[in-house]
Design a protein around this ligand. Structure first.
Ligand SMILES: [Zn+2]
Length: 245
């Protein structure tokens, strides 16, 4: 009843966290890519009166150069077509219930083009239904981290976002949000993975670190995680307000 009233009263923004069940090295849980976007979405929602839907806990296959790859134990993934179908259904269902402002709130880099595809097809579905005022946003929370916060996180040292899988950013954010889920004593110190600028399949798994972490999480800290959240939560809230004004 509360949901129905909210939809009728103020056309609330609906945030759907989308993650993955994916190995995150020896120190982070398989659900990291769900815990982070769901928690961040709840913090954003509190600021702007949005609604956070139950998260999608599985995502597109982990890729060797951005998530360690799909061969790791505990990495339980969806085929691309399955993910597109699932997200298309969710958008169409929320639209059927009257939602007109939907955000696919991503926590797993590999999901992004499947999210775009689901949005594109669902918008086409809705146009056929005669619905023309539906707007859907795709966002990855990590894309809001600005240059100043990057300097805090990486202390001015070189880094690349794809290699940040289970590394400084994710470990710092988890240490801040859910220290109970981080095994600090298992964080490894190792050089970043190195890959050629092309991909041959089946992928040569000898190029992937056996522990599944693509660059070391050693410099991670709860304080760095706090700084990330302090910057991105208001910035995401402001972006949603602006985009859906
Ligand atoms: Zn992750």
């Amino acid at each position: 009843m509360e949901f129905a009233a909210r939809i009728a009263d103020d056309n609330p923004i609906i945030l759907i966290p989308i993650g993955a069940t994916e190995q995150h090295g020896p120190h982070l849980p398989l659900g990291s890519d769900v815990v982070m976007p769901e928690t961040i979405a709840l913090m954003v929602a509190e600021r702007i009166g949005a609604i956070v839907a139950p998260p999608v806990c599985y995502g597109y296959k982990s890729q060797p150069k951005s998530g360690g790859g799909n061969h790791f134990q505990g990495t339980i993934s969806l085929d691309g077509g399955t993910l597109v179908a699932l997200l298309r259904d969710l958008i169409n269902e929320f639209a059927r219930h009257g939602a007109r402002r939907i955000v696919l709130f991503d926590g797993h880099m590999e999901n992004q083009w499947f999210i775009v595809e689901a949005i594109d097809i669902a918008l086409r579905d809705q146009r056929r239904e005669g619905v023309r005022d539906l707007r859907v946003m795709k966002l990855g929370y990590w894309e809001f981290i600005n240059a100043e916060t990057e300097t805090v996180l990486f202390e001015g040292k070189p880094f690349t976002w794809p290699l940040e899988h289970a590394a400084v950013m994710e470990t710092s954010v988890m240490l801040h949000l859910r220290p109970d889920l981080v095994r600090v004593e298992r964080i490894l110190d190792h050089p970043p993975a190195a890959f050629p600028p092309y991909d041959v399949y089946p992928f040569d798994t000898s190029l992937i670190p056996e522990h599944g972490v693509l660059s070391s999480a050693k410099p991670a800290s709860a304080e760095k995680g706090r700084r990330v959240l302090k910057q991105i939560v208001p910035d995401i809230a402001a972006a949603l307000k602006q985009a859906f004004a």
